[in-house]
Design a protein around this ligand. Structure first.
Ligand code: SF4
Ligand code: SF4
Length: 382
């Protein structure tokens, strides 16, 4: 594997260029389906130059272990072309998600520009695309997504305190993040703020959260997504050591007392989480914003219950309701009659019953082969 060095901001940046044959796929909605898991997940990079200590991708296998241990970033060569050829082989479309496990606009993207290239691939086909970022959104990307009615941007901000935000998201500039929301709003793009994750005893004070909610609302955000930090067991020691080093041993000890639950990952006690979510939901309501949680569950007598049922004020975890798209010639168009609410949909006018969660109650783990299979299904409104 060649080890490449390029100069970025006048510093050498070490990275690895690799070939990929990855297929587009959706989330594995486990243990309950609470999110828009039909999205096309897009990771042009593995590993991330921000290197947040709690990043759950540190617990993933493969290249992510090289990222976790040695800070290495892997670039998937010509990933945009690979995705384009797969999109051209299917007749139904969902929103692209850039990126679930890496920062799309991280340092290396300034050289390879793969994220903007991917956005272009979607917009040229009139398919929606969203991004989630802690970096400055390139203007080229805003220019593209503002032309597509269901495309949007998510900005991740963990604290209204610039020092703390920088500790939690190294390299992220708080004012740039607020400016991202303003720039999206001013250019007619739907924007979401992610306070995700909230770190107990570090970024959970109510005054700070109130300040943050007020500011993002003033900048024009429409929807807020929150979560409390979950810790993958595989990196528990690493995360707690970092917390002790950055915030003191007493905070680490508090974590040891609070993290008593386990639903896949280690979770903060449910009472603590519910209090934080109840507080944020009230704040969102009073500011006229919609609100949802990301991957938050509780265990009740062995049953896993999704907390969005109790705390979300939106039909979708990311706020915007995006219909399924269908191909007509070289472009895709929204399916007539689809409200973009798969989670609460009981009548699948798209013809694909397994997407309608209110009907099937089944989790979903979509693969490229499923998207190909769906392409052959006749919609009810055709
Ligand atoms: S910016 Fe996102 S992907 Fe990058 S290290 Fe932080 S949490 Fe992980
Ligand atoms: S018709 Fe219902 S199940 Fe089909 S894509 Fe739309 S919301 Fe989802």
């Amino acid at each position: 594997m060649p080890n490449l060095r390029i100069r970025l901001q006048n510093k050498p940046f070490k990275h690895y260029l690799v070939k990929s044959s990855k297929k587009i796929h959706g989330w594995f909605a486990w243990p309950k389906r609470e999110c828009s898991c039909e999205r096309f997940l897009l990771n042009p990079y593995n590993g991330c130059s921000l290197g947040c200590f709690y990043c759950y991708s540190r617990a993933l296998p493969g290249y992510f272990q090289e990222f976790h241990r040695n800070g290495r970033v892997f670039v998937f060569e010509e990933f945009d072309k690979l995705v384009a050829s797969q999109l051209d082989s299917i007749d139904i479309g969902f929103c692209g998600y850039l990126s679930p496990v890496t920062e799309p606009f991280q340092k290396i993207d300034k050289f390879y520009n793969l994220s903007a290239k991917l956005v272009k691939v979607f917009i040229e086909r009139n398919l929606p695309i969203e991004f989630i970022t802690k970096e400055r959104v390139p203007q080229e990307v805003i220019n593209l997504i503002r032309t597509q009615e269901h495309s949007f941007g998510q900005i991740s901000i963990l604290s209204p305190d610039s020092k703390l935000n920088r500790l939690l998201s190294p390299g992220a500039d708080l004012e740039v993040l607020f400016a991202n929301i303003r720039r999206l709003t001013d250019q007619g793009v739907y924007s979401v703020a992610r306070i995700d994750p909230i770190l107990p005893f570090i970024s959970d004070d109510k005054k700070g959260l109130t300040r943050l909610m007020t500011r993002i609302s003033q900048e024009g955000v429409k929807h807020v997504v929150a979560s409390v930090l979950d810790i993958p067991p595989r990196i528990k020691g690493y995360v707690l050591t970092k917390i002790a080093r950055l915030f003191g041993r007493h905070i680490k000890d508090k974590y040891l007392s609070l993290y008593k639950e386990k639903i896949g990952y280690l979770n903060a006690c449910i009472d603590y989480r519910k209090e934080v979510f109840g507080f944020l939901r009230k704040q969102a309501d009073s500011l006229g914003l919609t609100f949802s949680l990301c991957m938050e569950y509780e265990s009740q007598k062995g049953n896993i219950i999704g907390l969005n049922k109790q705390f979300s004020s939106a039909l979708n975890c990311e706020g915007l309701n995006i219909p399924i798209y269908k191909r007509k010639g070289g472009r895709f168009y929204p399916q007539q009659g689809c409200r973009g609410n798969c989670l609460s949909c009981s009548e699948a006018v798209c013809g694909i019953d397994e997407l309608a969660y209110a009907k099937t109650k089944k989790p979903l783990a979509l693969k490229y082969s499923d998207y190909r299979r769906f392409s052959k299904i006749q919609t009810i409104t055709d």
